[in-house]
Write a protein that binds this ligand. Structure first.
Ligand SMILES: [Zn+2]
Length: 68
């Protein structure tokens, strides 16, 4: 019983870890952002950056090198 529970927890941890790898981070506030949902994205030097809000987006635009 205990063995199955530990296994279940391990499976759950593994699942959430996989999801984390798919999500991207807002470089300004370090919040996790879902790249498929967010409207705030900028391509900078050939790489895409995603933001949680227009505030973070404009903050990045002002000084990109500070956040990469
Ligand atoms: Zn943000």
């Amino acid at each position: 019983m205990l063995c199955c529970l530990v296994h279940l927890i391990h499976m759950l941890n593994h699942k959430s870890h996989e999801k984390m790898e798919k999500d991207v981070k807002d470089p300004v506030c370090n919040m996790q952002v879902d790249e498929e949902i967010t409207k705030y994205k900028i391509e900078y030097k050939g790489k895409m950056y995603y933001f949680c809000s227009s505030t973070c987006e404009s903050e990045f635009k002002k000084n990109p090198s500070k956040y990469i």
